[in-house]
Ligand binder design. Structure first.
Ligand SMILES: Nc1ncnc2c1ncn2[C@@H]1O[C@H](COP(=O)(O)OP(=O)(O)OP(=O)(O)O)[C@@H](O)[C@H]1O
Length: 277
């Protein structure tokens, strides 16, 4: 499926499957990230357009998670700049980045296992809560009204992800695929503009992968959410993404629509391990 055509950074265009890809939402400019002597990312630049699904792929240790952490604001690059919505993003704490509309899921599930599906998704609303902790604790005035608004938003997500039947179940008792779906729900509860998914299909069986793929596409289609995902399953990457960044040893070795990247000799050599014709 060709879901992407190139367009200038300020212009929108419509994909073959009828989705609108807007102007550049985030730009990574010459990002280098060092951990002591280890250079995890070496001078990488790329952009992320509004409404697109952007994949980051590469072999183990290529620097994908490090890049996601730069995008999320968890890591500050050693060199280079992150531009978000047309402005250079200053160094800021992760919760401030979250308030800018960036949410993520993790490679290993990071839910509260003793809490219900509903309560876990509710924690995703924290960045949108306005009333003070004291008024929430006292269940006072504005806090009560706010709580019911948040509750309504969470119920919508539960319907959207088709998890009504497990809304009261402690997530630790759920099968893996459903836990990943709850984690997606928690990220969606923040109503992000940019959603970062770190290996959303890892450890899933075929059916669970199909379900997750469908939900990722639906989130993108229905809410217009821009999505960046790291994924090892090449079939999934090729089906879902508009554009793919390929990393190897901290460098960018490919960037473009999936079919273009798949045909690149550098990428085949580094990552796919497929014999050349
Ligand atoms: N916090 C850290 N401290 C030191 N080195 C790190 C740290 N995080 C990552 N690295 C190193 O940076 C490099 C890139 O790691 P990273 O986890 O970003 O790669 P990856 O592509 O996500 O790998 P994987 O697919 O295995 O998750 C590796 O050499 C790794 O050992």
């Amino acid at each position: 499926m060709n879901r992407m055509s190139s367009a200038p950074p300020t212009e929108s265009h419509v994909t073959e499957d009828g989705r609108t890809i807007g102007p550049v939402l985030m730009e990574l400019r010459n990002i280098t990230l060092r951990f002591g002597g280890v250079v995890a990312i070496k001078d990488i630049s790329f952009d992320i357009r509004e409404g697109e699904i952007r994949a980051i792929i590469g072999p183990n240790g290529a620097g994908k998670s490090s890049m996601l952490n730069v995008i999320s604001g968890f890591y500050r690059p050693s060199e280079g700049e992150v531009w978000f919505e047309g402005a250079r993003r200053p160094a800021m704490r992760p919760y401030k980045v979250a308030r800018q509309g960036i949410a993520r899921t993790f490679q290993n599930i990071a839910l509260f296992s003793g809490m219900s599906t509903l309560d876990n998704i509710m924690t995703g609303r924290i960045t949108r809560m306005k009333s003070s902790l004291l008024s929430q604790a006292l269940w006072w005035g504005p806090a009560e009204r706010e709580e019911s608004d948040h509750r309504a938003a969470v119920e919508k997500i539960i319907d959207f992800l088709e998890i009504q039947h497990i809304r009261k179940t402690p997530v630790g008792r759920l099968p893996y695929g459903l836990q990943k779906r709850v984690e997606l729900g928690r990220a969606l509860a923040a109503e992000p503009r940019l959603l970062l998914l770190d290996e959303p299909m890892a450890g899933m069986n075929v059916e669970e992968k199909e379900d997750m793929s469908r939900f990722i596409l639906d989130v993108n289609d229905e809410f217009g959410t821009t999505i960046v995902l790291i994924e090892h399953d090449m079939g999934v990457v090729m089906d879902l993404s508009d554009r793919v960044v390929v990393m190897d040893y901290g460098r960018k070795i490919g960037d473009g629509p999936p079919e273009e990247v798949r045909a690149s000799k550098d990428v085949i050599d580094a990552y796919l391990g497929v014999a050349h014709d």
